[in-house]
Design a protein around this ligand. Structure first.
Ligand code: SAM
Length: 241
């Protein structure tokens, strides 16, 4: 029996584990998808892999599923963080969704000097990451962090993590990522619509763990640049090769 519906649940999953449904999930499964008792649903929670579950109780405002068997183990993405300066809402949503689909392990909105949107809706962005994981078959969901100032991000930079600094002003040589060894922690940094300030660029270029990357001779939109950089990294050092 295989399930066509995949749901992320904030609930432990294991053999015989019963999972109480939220009102939203109950409405979706029983009101929209018209499932009834015994119907299969695939569940994952970002920790326990994917489990085949069956509808035990179906109700208008709630219901219960019972886990039958694990169908996929947890598959962690590579240790790649995406730092990006938020742009317009729809495009920021797009960046989060693509980063989750493409295997970022953590997504961090960063406020740089030229970032226009001061505020982000972290809960909404996290929901986009969850939806992306549900759709792409992932068993892991990246955390979308609260927005941090770039100075704070650099002050707290984790020892050993390398940085792919996507610098639109640099038409230098493309970073030969493949020369680096796989399995090391990395991060990608994408600037805002207004780009990085000269001060930021100088500081970011001088960092010992920073690798300046050009994404070609044309200026890409931040959302395009995020996808391009994730692709370059995943192909060279991630879990696509
Ligand atoms: N306002 C900037 C300008 O006109 O030079 C453009 C910023 S671009 C819309 C947003 C971000 O995407 C940049 O800060 C950079 O991180 C990345 N990006 C865009 N095009 C790039 C390129 N050709 N090479 C490297 N990074 C690029």
């Amino acid at each position: 029996m295989s399930a066509k519906i995949r749901l992320y649940v904030e609930h432990p999953l294991g053999p015989g584990q019963s999972v109480a449904l939220t009102r939203e999930h109950a409405h979706y499964l029983f009101g929209v998808m018209r499932l009834s008792a015994g119907a299969p649903v695939a569940l994952f929670n970002g920790r326990d892999g994917e489990w085949l579950a069956e509808v035990a109780e179906a109700g208008k405002r709630g219901g219960t599923l019972v886990c039958v068997e694990q169908t996929r183990p947890l598959q962690m993405p590579p240790d790649l963080w995406l730092f990006f300066a938020p742009i317009k809402k729809a495009r920021t949503d797009f960046i989060v969704e693509k980063a989750a689909e493409m295997g970022a392990a953590r997504i961090v909105p960063v406020q740089t000097e030229f970032t226009n949107s001061e505020r982000i809706r972290q809960d909404r962005l996290q929901a986009h990451a969850i939806e992306a994981a549900e759709q792409c078959g992932g068993t892991f969901v990246p955390e979308v962090c609260a927005m941090q100032k770039l100075d704070r991000v650099l002050a707290d930079w984790p020892e050993g993590r390398q940085l792919m600094f996507c610098n639109e002003a640099e038409v230098g040589s493309a970073l030969r990522l493949a020369e680096h060894e796989k399995g090391r922690p990395w991060a990608i940094l994408i600037g805002p619509e207004g780009g990085f300030s000269d001060r930021e660029r100088a500081r970011l270029t001088a960092l010992p763990y920073s690798h300046v990357v050009t994404l070609g001779p044309r200026i890409l939109r931040a959302d395009t640049a995020a996808v391009a950089a994730l692709t370059l990294w995943q192909q060279a050092l991630g879990d696509w090769g």
